[in-house]
Design a binder for this molecule. Structure first.
Ligand SMILES: [Zn+2]
Length: 305
């Protein structure tokens, strides 16, 4: 910990479950490489932690008595347990570094745990530059007039306001689900399965209940969508659960899952479309060559006649 998913996906004040073991001190905290958008490279790049900058780390125990009996010994950097401390991490875009430029993101992360072995949590309590509310590439088409709603959802999520974030994202799903369910048909490579999906969809559309519509078709989506958590099943869960039944933290978790499911579905659909365009382009090129070849044979046939 911190974990890759936590660093890449979690907004501020969202708790990530975390157990601490006795050996975890500042220098042994894993610092996985992460993927994030680089404003200088204008693309998603790999970012790594700036090991050479650890001497600049800010380090403060948040409790009067951090883990261990000897307070003074525990305060000696870098051998202190990270338990109940706030730690500063700095990450660099590796592409920028190879061009001798420094593009950084800084995180301030709280490690909170009652005692060794207990499940506590880690939580971002600061980030610079601030978490982005940019709309992922290609998602604008689906969002349409709900772009602003998505941004409001992202602002709420980044600030840890789960109920707000969940309500905004859910509003989007309710409004775009019809188009999304239609486009999912493009993901099928087998006509038989695609027709089965479309038949069910037509049948279930008689009911105006979106949650029921998704429930009926969610298990029919292509296997690749079901492999690492079916995004349609997540959208179904988010539409069927009552907002009032959930805590702020649960809403935050479901809000993030809803946003990710939307992004993943969109990515798959965009990919299927671009593959189809590429394929039809390749078929067209082959057809042209074939036509030329056939014409040539025809011509030479005439010559020899
Ligand atoms: Zn860069």
């Amino acid at each position: 910990m911190p974990d890759k998913e936590f660093l890449e996906e979690y907004g501020l004040y969202r708790k990530f479950p975390f157990s601490i073991d006795a050996s975890m001190i500042l220098d042994s905290v894993p610092r996985p490489a992460i993927q994030r958008f680089c404003p200088k490279c204008k693309a998603v790049r790999t970012w790594t932690e700036g090991q050479d900058y650890r001497h600049r780390v800010g380090y403060c125990p948040n409790r009067a008595e951090p883990f261990g009996a000897d307070m003074e010994q525990n305060l000696t950097y870098p051998n202190q347990s990270v338990m109940n401390c706030t730690i500063y991490f700095i990450y660099f875009c590796t592409d920028c570094i190879s061009n001798h430029e420094f593009t950084v993101v800084e995180y301030l992360i709280l490690f909170e745990c009652k005692h060794l072995g207990a499940t506590g949590y880690i939580m971002k309590i600061g980030q610079n530059p601030a978490p982005s509310i940019d709309i992922p590439p290609g998602l604008q088409k689906y969002l349409g007039e709900y772009e602003e709603t998505f941004k409001r959802g992202a602002i709420n999520e980044n600030q840890g306001y789960g109920i707000g974030a969940f309500a905004y994202y859910r509003r989007i799903i309710e409004n775009i689900i019809d188009a999304l369910l239609d486009d999912i048909a493009e993901l099928f490579t087998s006509d038989k399965k695609k027709n089965e999906y479309l038949d069910k969809l037509t049948e279930v559309r008689k009911s105006k209940d979106h949650s029921r519509q998704i429930a009926v078709v969610k298990e029919l989506v292509p296997d690749e969508l079901q492999r690492s958590g079916n995004p349609l099943a997540i959208l179904h869960a988010s539409l069927s659960v009552g907002l009032h039944e959930l805590t702020e933290d649960e809403c935050l978790e479901l809000a993030a899952a809803t946003r990710q499911a939307l992004v993943i579905l969109n990515r798959h659909i965009q990919l299927a479309r671009s593959e189809k365009t590429e394929l039809s382009g390749a078929v067209e090129t082959i057809q042209k060559k074939l036509d030329k070849y056939t014409k040539k044979r025809g011509d030479s046939g005439k010559d020899s006649a």
